[in-house]
Write a protein that binds this ligand. Sequence first.
Ligand SMILES: [Mg+2]
Length: 232
Amino acid sequence: MPVRAVSLDLDDTLWPVMPALIEAEHCVDRWLKEHHPEVANAWPIEAMRELREQVARDHTHLSHDFSEQRRLTIRHAFAACGIDDAPVDELWRIYFAARNNVELYPDSLPALNRIVERVPIVAISNGNADLEVIGLHHLFHTRLNAAGVGVAKPDKRIFLAAADALGVAPEDVLHVGDDPLLDVVGAREAGMRTVWLNRHGETWSHGPAPDLEFADMMSLADWIEASTVADS
Ligand SMILES: [Mg+2]
């Protein structure tokens, strides 16, 4: 049966996320050095990263909300330097802008433009990418993230929320993502069909294979065009 919709992971599926995350950390560090050098000295990038990991471990109820984890990290870093009114909003804006300054894989935009001609696309991300800031929001029927839904992939509830938003059954949705556990295993648990976007030629070693495996988004667009009928 042809798929009726595509649900799509974002980070490392449409763009490599690490360059943006690293640049975002540097932007925060530069701002701290200029405005709060004592905090910058106490929390160089590596220490700030470890602090965030500690915050995540200490606040497991925020495991679906990376944004709140980062805001809490800023508060902790400033409090450790004796500053109670941390400039959380300012630093969050700086981080968020850089985090969304992503460079798409060259196949992503042309493939999205082809896919959306055939089926609606919903975004499902555990991260805090903002498709409006990135400029892709017009291609998406619905945008879901873990912070908004309240659970993160691989919890099947976030996938079911996507099918619900599309008004289709989970088995009519093809979920596409790079992460074997978060995307493929999670979506399968929810009853969706699965695509592993394997951009780096890795070997599948996570139990039952995904329904489909592609090396890039254009191959996915080819498959969707071959298996769906265009609206006339
Ligand atoms: Mg991903």
